[in-house]
Design a protein around this ligand. Structure first.
Ligand code: MV4
Length: 495
């Protein structure tokens, strides 16, 4: 949907591809043309290079945008696109490949003058080598599988006592999970923040950064809330991070949109973690504070245009926050909870942007990431952006057999530490206790549902429960609808 919109703004026709279960998806309805590429399993459809290239040939498409999903960060696919004589709207395949190898990227970044977490320069083989590094940098340390990434194949070592057994565990797990037993060592950062910098580069060596995004609100290595600016960094740190991000991009002759991810410690030291060689889910917050259309710019750059802005043209204005709205159950460990959407009401109004991929009557399939929408708000200040997010979340209604994380986000927008900007990557695991926070919601929502179901008459209590996110928001202390509003809602339920 995001790419279709950028194309439409540019007067370019779009072709969507879809799998069997996405036949009725919003992007299929909205694109100028749509082509079926195979059955639900991604390997047979969205990751089927031949089917995608055939779809392009059949429709006369001239370029392929990989989005942030299946096609992105796949150097072989990017090469196949270029070999077929099509334009790849993304970074050079070589850059994708070089950043995809975590150890090689770490070495390359160190050589380019980008700060990396203290640790081993390359991969290690033995316990003795690990110990030597550990003595130099001090415990605790992290042992990371070379072929891991995204938090997989990573282990903390608190002291020399556990070192031997953990080295053996990481090596054997890495061998069995990734077919590659190599590992490296880093100093362990205790309460790190995840702060990333957007970069954009054209084919002519012009490279700029488009400031930072604060992405520390995550659970199990999945971002949930992002914002820009970061409430943590100083102007000096911002300037330094931007400068370093441009160095990192230039080191791989980068082109198109990309993101340099950093871990920052409490002392505001920051270290390169990895580069995402794609446009990211959280790009709207950058667009909201800079006024730049990153996706449109990607397309223009791929077509051979010069970067339409210089570093000194770019400024951050105000504050933007994004909540990822998923079909998942926060009370059940955020397990996917997809299904059919019966009715949906999207928030709108001043400062609200909702990039949704669904509509009333659509099904969120179980096969892919169960994302419903990216809800972003803008405000002149951080507190205005948060107030607007609270309002937007209050307006957001989704009914049907699926569950959503809307209540989780409503809870987040009331959290004192979040409101102060005082958080790190451990926030959700430390503060979210579904048996405490989630259960309160469920109980009160359930009571309200039973009450209303009795009056509404012909609908089951469960059905009504799903249709009443406001009831649980009320339980969270967020909203207090008056009696006449409740009566208005009863009228809606009867329809
Ligand atoms: C770390 C770390 C602490 N110290 N490395 C997790 C994802 C992977 N790409 C890197 N990760 C981490 N690496 C050192 N030396 C803590 C994490 C980490 C984390 C990082 C970013 C966002 C969320 C996270 C959640 C848990 C652990």
């Amino acid at each position: 949907m995001r790419v279709i919109r950028a194309c439409r703004d540019l007067g370019i026709e779009s072709v969507a591809v879809f799998s069997d279960v996405d036949r009725a998806a919003l992007h299929v309805r909205e694109a100028d043309q749509a082509v079926l590429v195979g059955p639900a399993p991604a390997a047979e459809s969205y990751l089927n290079t031949e089917a995608i290239l055939n779809a392009a040939k059949k429709t006369g498409a001239e370029a392929i945008h990989p989005g942030y999903g299946f096609f992105s960060e796949r150097a072989a696919f990017a090469r196949a696109v270029e070999d077929a004589g099509l334009v790849w709207i993304g970074p050079p395949p070589d850059a994708i490949e070089r950043m995809g190898d975590k150890v090689a990227a770490r070495k390359l970044m160190a050589a380019a003058g980008v700060p990396i977490t203290p640790g081993s320069p390359g991969t290690l083989e033995t316990e003795a080598e690990v110990r030597e590094i550990a003595i130099k940098i001090g415990f605790p340390i992290m042992i990371k599988a070379a072929a891991g990434g995204g938090g997989k194949g990573m282990r903390l070592v608190e002291s020399d006592q556990d070192l031997g057994s953990i080295v053996r565990t990481v090596a054997s797990e890495a061998k069995s999970s990734f077919g590659d037993g190599r590992f490296y060592v880093e100093k362990y950062l205790k309460r790190p923040r995840h702060i990333e910098v957007q970069v954009m580069a054209d084919k002519y060596g012009n490279t700029v950064h488009v400031f930072e995004r604060e992405c520390s609100i995550q659970r199990r290595n999945q971002k949930v809330i992002e914002e820009s600016p970061s409430p943590f960094i100083t102007p000096e740190m911002r300037a330094k991070m931007g400068e370093v991000a441009v160095l990192a991009a230039k080191a791989v002759n980068y082109m198109s949109a990309g993101t340099i991810e950093f871990l920052a410690d409490a002392d505001r030291n920051f270290y390169f973690m990895e580069m995402n060689t794609r446009i990211q889910v959280e790009h709207p917050v950058t667009e909201l504070v800079t006024g730049i259309d990153l996706v449109r710019t990607q397309i223009e750059i791929a077509a051979g245009a010069k970067l339409p802005f210089k570093q000194e043209d770019l400024v951050q204005r105000g504050w933007a926050i994004e909540c990822r709205i998923y079909a998942e159950d926060p009370a059940a460990g955020f397990a996917p909870a997809p299904g059919k959407i019966e009715t949906i009401r999207f928030p709108s109004g001043p400062g609200v942007r909702n990039d949704a991929g669904v509509y009333a009557g659509a099904e969120v399939p179980i096969f892919y990431d169960p994302m419903i929408s990216k809800l972003a708000t803008w405000g002149a200040t951080r507190s205005e952006a948060i107030d607007r997010m609270r309002r937007a979340l209050g307006e957001f209604v989704i009914t049907g057999e699926l569950r959503t994380n809307l209540d989780f986000h409503r809870w987040m927008m009331t959290q004192p530490r979040f409101l102060k900007g005082d958080f790190d990557t451990n926030f959700i695991s430390q503060e979210w206790h579904p048996e405490r926070n989630g259960a309160v919601h469920a109980d009160k929502a359930h009571l309200a549902a039973i009450f209303l179901a009795a009056i509404a008459g012909n609908q089951s209590a469960n059905h009504v429960a799903a249709s009443l996110p406001q009831a649980s928001a009320l339980a969270a202390g967020g909203m207090r609808p008056s009696s006449w509003r409740m009566i208005g809602r009863l009228d809606q339920l009867r329809r």
